[in-house]
Design a protein around this ligand. Sequence first.
Ligand SMILES: [Fe+2]
Length: 575
Amino acid sequence: MDVDVVGRILSTLPDDDDHPYRTGPWRPQTTEWRADDLEVTGEIPADLDGIYLRNTENPVHPALERYHPFDGDGMVHVIGFRDGKAFYRNRFIRTDGFLAEAEAGKPLWAGIAERPSRSVREDGWGARGRMKDSSSTDIVVHAGVALTSFYQCGDLYRLDPLTLDTLGKSEWGGAFPYDFGVSAHTKVDPHTGELLFFNYGTAEPYMHFGVVGADDRLSRYVEVPLPGPRLPHDMAFTENYAILNDCPMFWEPELLAKGLYATRFHPELPLRLGVVSRRGGNEVRWFEAAPTYVLHWVNAYEDGDEIVLDGFFQGDPEPKDTGDGSYLQRMFRFLALDRMQTRLHRWRLNLVTGRCREESLTDSITEFGVLNNAHGGRRYRYAYAATGVEGWFLFDGLVRHDLVTGGEERFRLPAGVYGSEPAMAPRAGSAAEDDGYLITLTTDMNEDRSECLIFDASRVTDGPVARIRLPERVSSGTHATWAPGDSIPGWHKADSPATWAADAPIPGRRKANSPATSAAGDSVPGRRDADSPATSAVGDSVPGRREADSPATWATGDSIPAWREADSPDTVLRS
Ligand SMILES: [Fe+2]
């Protein structure tokens, strides 16, 4: 393996950190790597051609009071495959917040489990405001550039998909909706090259839907009026429609009026699904269904008069505290798939009658479903999803759902080994929907390492056909994506995609003043102030570290001012 360290980022996290989502499988990385000719067990298929991108939460500083795993700074991993070889890179996303906190040497914004009023900075991002846009939630590839996004609403950061250099932020020709931002999950329609998105906020009309063309220009922006502020996380699309949602779980209006953000599920209200045209007319048609919260949709397609919509129905969107486990384990019970009872579900929206029919597709608890993206918005048969460790936000296996037969193929990772959201990579030249590979990254606590696993997507249970060793154990995280080589400018022109990337003509690339040069460290403010980047974890050399509220006090609760006052810490945790 040919490995270089290309950057190290100063961390001010405490040496004795014991937060469960900043240690163990969630231990953040501070090193940026470039690795070629990776060590392989088995054989990388020669017809696997493209890149797997994964976003992770890697906190660099302690929380002001209470850390939530979604607050960590975004770090993207890319593993690329061509000609039976693989390369790997990982980089922090140089967000405005990341750079500002590097300059300050301490946290400046409150996270999702903290009051916005606690933020040091008056400005910020997010539907509720005064938050740091960590851009650590999702990643897609649009118009040849990787875009990372924030779990509430924020900017879209543009990354070179191969070097992971931060190129800047999406501007869409000056039409980017900075007042509302863009939500966690955007969708790329591979058939049109369009990027579909939505946003939400606390001001009327509370939601918008938009379309960005393959030319990276905003072509459509539609108001989606809601009864009040809502917390949608994902959307779906068909060939002609976008499907948005008004789930009956939202910030309590009375508390919101006082500046407090407490999320409550309202089982007396229906789930409302909004259908809006992708190309003309601003009418939103609403369909009512059984109350639930849906974190992620898998896909949607048109079937005669109906729109078929698949996603994960939560049987218990607001799981009760049973008193089991540690305080923090109970606090983060909303992240555990078994507690939320997430099951693949189908809604059929009849555009003629206005009625919605729905059915559960399985008894199995899975989430983070993906598909062969060539079938995005079109009829499809296979969904690939993750299974979760009981009580934790960790993935312990993969499932291929056959939506025609109801069959399920499973692969269970060994105890102590956790996977990432999978991505389906169609085999180059494939014709069948499941003719391809399933890819995931592991966090192996037994061997203290990470691997990329490649499965035959049609034979998941057989286990990986290849395992590729990464230079360092990576943190667990949220979302991932697959981008075929053909979607990346210049991919097939060079001898090796691993080496041409630095000079590749990526649209919008701004090499001169790019934060991407921070690989060498120069552009990270404060970096040169420390004796050595390698000592960053020790803390004393980090400006501001000793001035902050004791970073160790977050765990005890009682030591935190206002902890017991309203703003229920049990319910502010979901995003
Ligand atoms: Fe998500």
